[in-house]
Design a protein around this ligand. Structure first.
Ligand code: PLP
Length: 445
């Protein structure tokens, strides 16, 4: 025991000395300490101090969709590493890369058929934007370089992805215009700024996109990028009509619709891809995270034949694109999700969980809205149920911290608390989360 304690202190002090912590204030690292996960099985992790936690965030990034310690995935990666770990790039493919692309083409909505692999979500955004611009250059809109995005969007941390991101925490540079861009309204349902009805505000947001394309100049706009369900401020599910109108507007102006499924793809919302809920076909679609369930860094960009075929050459390359071991992991992940029926299960148990959560917390004085889809849920907090005003202090973080003290890991996201468990989560874990959430809110409020 003494040895374990010394070991955990060593790890923490090594982390302090040599880690450039990102996205967390130094003061918070000092007060809460680093959290080092040393072991995991299923939906539980053990940290360096020996605490067992129920991970209801799929490893903080929402990527770990099949839980920890999955032997089938580990074995697939091991066997691929021994057989052919890495084939290089461009024309040099590996077997799992080819079979994975074919499988994703089968699962993806509409006519999306061609796949370009990358190593994560930000790279996927970069690749999608370049693909859109190169397509436009080759097909009658040679000057189109601009990309329109939305308020509160998150598409990644690299410079191109950051240009279409409106999450101020990561916008370190006042005007990171690696890509010409502007932002239009996103259809928040619980808190729209004009107090309109949901449908009217959805129409307003879609019209804003049309006006912005006209303002920027249709010949100069290459693409519009959007998450089908926005994570910012907690699982913002638009109306079906909004995304359908967006689809029509993009088609009318020859603007490519890039749908970012990095966080929603591969089952999170109870469908393989969230686009399916809204009946839309993206021109370009990005994905990462749950694709490999976090077992390897992997992402991808998809498009349809007509767009891919319009490019004499796609000018874009990353050393680790289509890495054989990462693709072997993703093939195993997809096989497990299909075989175990985990995606329809996520839709079913997610709906039950959402109803139980709402019943347990919606009446509490600081809870404004409880919403979600599949296994992705949010509790949105307010200082005043009438005005729906957000908390400007640390109330949301305090609830998350209290839940963690009670052994359940969830996340604060703006005004809301977010819950995104691995798809293998059991009913008993979901029930415990409901109870702990209600207890933490009651204690903090
Ligand atoms: N797009 C969305 C919608 C995301 O949620 C994220 C990450 O959270 C990204 C892009 C960036 O992905 P990555 O962190 O893998 O670069």
């Amino acid at each position: 025991k003494t040895k374990d304690a010394a070991n955990s202190r060593d790890l923490a002090s090594l982390a302090y000395q040599h880690t450039l912590f990102s996205m967390v204030p130094q003061s918070e690292v000092q007060s809460d300490g680093p959290c080092i996960y040393v072991e995991g099985k299923g939906v539980h992790v053990t940290d360096h101090e020996g605490r067992q936690l129920l991970d209801m965030m799929s490893s903080t990034s929402r990527a770990n969709s099949l839980g920890y310690g999955n032997e089938e995935i580990a074995r697939a990666m091991y066997e691929q590493a021994l057989r052919m770990h890495y084939s290089g790039t461009t024309r040099f493919l590996s077997e799992p890369t080819v079979t994975l692309a074919a499988k994703i083409a089968e699962l993806a909505p509409g006519r999306l058929s061609k796949v370009c692999f990358v190593s994560g979500g930000s790279e996927a955004t970069e690749t999608a934007l370049k693909l859109a611009r190169q397509y436009q250059q080759n097909t009658g809109k040679p000057r189109a370089f601009k990309v329109i995005s939305r308020w509160n969007a998150y598409h990644g941390s690299t410079l191109g992805a950051l240009s279409v991101t409106d999450w101020l925490n990561v916008r370190d540079i006042p005007d990171p215009r690696a890509v010409g861009h502007s932002f239009v309204a996103n259809p928040m349902r619980y808190r729209n700024p004009y107090g309109m009805s949901e449908e009217d505000y959805a129409d307003h947001c879609a019209s804003h996109l049309e006006r912005q394309i006209q303002f920027e100049g249709p010949d100069l706009v290459a693409a519009f990028i959007a998450e089908p369900i926005m994570q910012a401020n907690g699982v913002q599910i638009p109306t079906k009509s909004y995304l359908q109108k967006v689809r029509e507007i993009c088609t009318r102006y020859g603007v490519l619709l890039v749908i970012d499924e990095v966080i929603t793809g591969f089952g999170r919302t109870g469908n393989w891809f969230a686009s399916e809920h809204f009946g839309i076909e993206p021109d370009i679609m990005t994905m990462a995270k749950a694709m490999s369930a976090g077992y390897a860094p992997l992402g991808a960009v998809m498009t349809r034949d007509e767009i891919a075929d319009a490019l004499p050459v796609f000018r874009h390359v990353h050393t680790f694109s289509g890495h054989a071991v990462a693709c072997a992991a993703a093939n195993a992940v997809i096989a497990i999700k299909e075989r175990e029926g985990l995606i329809p299960r996520a839709a079913k148990i997610g709906a039950e969980f959402g109803a139980n959560l709402a019943e347990a917390v919606a009446h509490l004085p600081i809870v404004g809205d409880v919403r979600g889809l599949g296994l992705w849920h949010a509790v949105d907090f307010t200082r005043d149920k009438q005005t729906r005003a957000v908390f400007t202090d640390d109330t949301v973080k305090a609830v998350v911290r209290r839940m963690r003290d009670l052994g359940v890991v969830v996340s604060a996201i703006g005004s809301a608390l977010e819950i995104a468990p691995p798809l293998i989560v059991g009913k008993e874990h979901l029930d415990r989360t409901v109870a702990v959430c209600a207890q933490a809110i009651t204690e903090v409020a």
